[in-house]
Unconditional design. Structure first.
Length: 601
């Protein structure tokens, strides 16, 4: 920024007011040279008309970044800017502001000098947060401006400190766990003894820290596996299991008892599988834990699925749909009758896609009813029912009952058997839109699977609207490395016709220029960093969207093989999951290796 001393002299600023007037902001934006005078004047007019800040207008128009606006405001107010991207913060200083407050209010402590504490913020005008930290610490607070990358780096250090905290906790508390009473082992303890174990303070602290750590790490599942001499805790992060920690073997019965108490399960039942559920709230998240216990040789193995209830609703493009595939999904959703199926193995994101489609269809003029096992997310204005096979309430019974509830749209969690398939077909024939999932490896494979369940081909072609196959792949972090994939390397990945389809998709979406060859299209590799341990963060779907055409209906009526159905769908413009993955590899969203790992599973 080339703001000069004479400008600072023109504007006498009172930093304790922490406010920047619009006229001052406009002058300093002009002086920064980041935006032309013409654009600033136009934004100023629009800001006055809409009664908004000129800075917000310029950000909305893409003419100024949020970080640049923050720097300008900080300069006007005389607030220093600090870069914390590579700075390691002392743990004693970092912990002066609790992690949930730091994350929620974007404020972190990074330097303490006597009675003064320097804090880095994204919004230095957030006086309530500054005042809150001052009251909590009893120190004089010196606000400093920082940027998004710096804040992310510091917040990541909270996770590392949590690991250290957990290690210290295990060391100090494990020895205090009183699990053996009068010569009894945890496995022989009575229900009353187990209840006391579950309320033991060290056990409560260990389980609470374990759950909190999983939430911060954005894990989707927690595995607690008893072994001969220890208990192994693993987190599934972005679809890959990671060893998180090991606990003393003596802690196993107490931890199991604590989780059973939370999930309202039978404490003294150790021979049969049990399922339950509980919720946990943090400052930033409200998480539901779906608990499954299974007896094994060394004790009960626990798996908990984390379902975040406070997350923002997804959109189809955020899930990874694009181009003609996205258009086909929208076209199918406009239908008022028929069946829309999502296929894929367990953990491929079928439920998330299903809920996203339901959320789009959830308008005031329709009645939506679901029958699920289990209900993973609660949705407003949707009548959700959970099956209970123990009392004879199956998908088929639930679906039969739903048809008497006057629904427009029905969602069946999964088509598992002939009876459910038959009822779903009948519901589609009688004027309902039916959404469901099916466990097959590809979209084309869902059709013979339904026939195996006894669905007649002529009923299938008259009701099935769309089948969508999907997998999840990990997203590359920002520091990825670009490289070229020559013809020989491409031949090891996929046949030429698959890369031809990828190029067609890139051309259709105008992402490459006409005449570009595959040799000129870049691919990307992961680059591990402090923020991204293996170069990946988060996941996105790769999809194949098979929409039934007259040619495909003819093939189904003649009992064609899945390969023939897929070949015809590709002729009609369908990208297979592999091709969609390669497309996303050229966009820098994921890597070729990750696509091959996901599609071959």
């Amino acid at each position: 920024m080339r703001a000069a001393i004479h400008l600072a002299a023109r504007y006498t600023l009172h930093t304790n007011s922490m406010q920047v007037s619009e006229s001052e902001l406009k002058e300093f934006i002009l002086d920064s040279g980041l935006v032309s005078r013409k654009d600033v004047d136009a934004a100023d007019e629009e800001a006055k008309r809409k009664k908004q800040s000129i800075g917000d207008i310029l950000i909305a128009q893409g003419l100024l970044s949020s970080d640049s606006l923050r720097r300008i405001k900080a300069y006007v107010l005389g607030i220093p800017f600090v870069n914390l991207k590579d700075k390691k913060i002392d743990l004693n200083v970092l912990s002066l502001i609790p992690e949930p407050i730091a994350r929620t209010h974007s404020i972190v402590a990074f330097k303490k000098d006597g009675n003064s504490l320097e804090v880095a913020m994204l919004d230095t005008e957030d006086l309530p947060s500054i005042d809150s930290v001052r009251k909590t610490t009893g120190l004089k607070i010196l606000p400093r401006l920082t940027d998004d990358e710096s804040l992310k780096n510091v917040l990541l250090q909270y996770q590392k400190s949590l690991k250290e905290e957990f290690g210290d906790l295990i060391t100090t508390e494990a020895g205090r766990i009183n699990l053996i009473k009068d010569g009894q082992s945890g496995d022989e303890a009575s229900g009353e003894d187990l209840k006391k174990m579950a309320e033991d303070l060290p056990i409560v602290r260990i389980v609470d820290t374990l759950l909190r750590h999983a939430i911060i790490q954005k894990a989707s599942d927690i595995h607690i596996e008893p072994m001969e001499t220890e208990v192994l805790v693993r987190y599934r992060i972005d679809g890959v299991l990671h060893d998180a920690m090991t606990l003393p073997r003596t802690a196993a019965p107490g931890i199991t008892a604590r989780i059973k108490v939370l999930a309202n399960l039978k404490l003294d039942e150790k021979r049969l599988p049990q399922d339950g559920r509980f919720k946990m709230e943090t400052e930033a998240d409200k998480v539901s834990f779906r608990v499954s216990l299974l007896p094994t040789y060394y004790g009960e193995k626990i798996v908990m699925r984390l379902l975040r209830e406070t997350g923002e609703g997804f959109t189809l493009d955020v899930l990874g749909f694009h181009g003609s595939g996205l258009e086909r999904v929208h076209q199918s959703m406009k239908q008022t009758t028929g069946i829309i199926l999502i296929s894929g193995p367990t953990g491929s994101g079928k439920t998330t896609t299903l809920y996203t489609i339901l959320d789009i269809l959830n308008t005031p003029d329709v009645n939506i009813s679901t029958v699920e096992d289990p209900i993973e997310y609660q949705m407003k204005r949707v009548n959700q029912t959970q099956v209970n096979p123990a009392i004879g309430f199956t998908f088929a019974n639930g679906l039969r009952a739903l048809l008497r509830q006057d629904p427009n749209i029905i969602m069946v969690g999964e088509i598992r058997d002939a009876e459910t398939a038959s009822l779903a077909i009948n519901a589609a024939l009688t004027g309902h839109l039916v959404l469901s999932t099916i466990h097959t490896n590809s979209a084309a494979g869902a059709i013979p699977r339904l026939m195996d369940m006894g669905v007649e081909p002529f009923l299938l072609v008259s009701t099935l609207r769309m089948v969508m196959g999907q997998r999840l792949v990990r997203r590359l972090c920002d520091g990825k490395e670009q490289y070229a994939l020559d013809a020989m390397e491409r031949s090891k990945v996929a046949s030429d016709d698959k890369f031809d389809n990828v190029m067609k998709a890139l051309l259709e979406e105008k992402l490459v220029k006409e005449g570009t060859t595959m040799d000129k299209v870049p691919f990307y590799k992961p680059v591990p960093s402090a923020q991204c341990e293996d170069g990946y963060s988060g996941r996105i779907g790769i999809h194949e969207v098979l929409m039934l055409s007259s040619a495909l209906r003819e093939l189904i009526l003649h009992n064609a093989a899945p390969d023939a159905i897929e070949a015809q769908a590709r002729k009609e413009g369908m990208l297979t999951m592999l091709e969609d993955g390669l497309y996303k590899s050229t966009r820098g969203i994921t890597s070729v290796e990750e696509v091959l790992r996901a599609v071959s599973e």
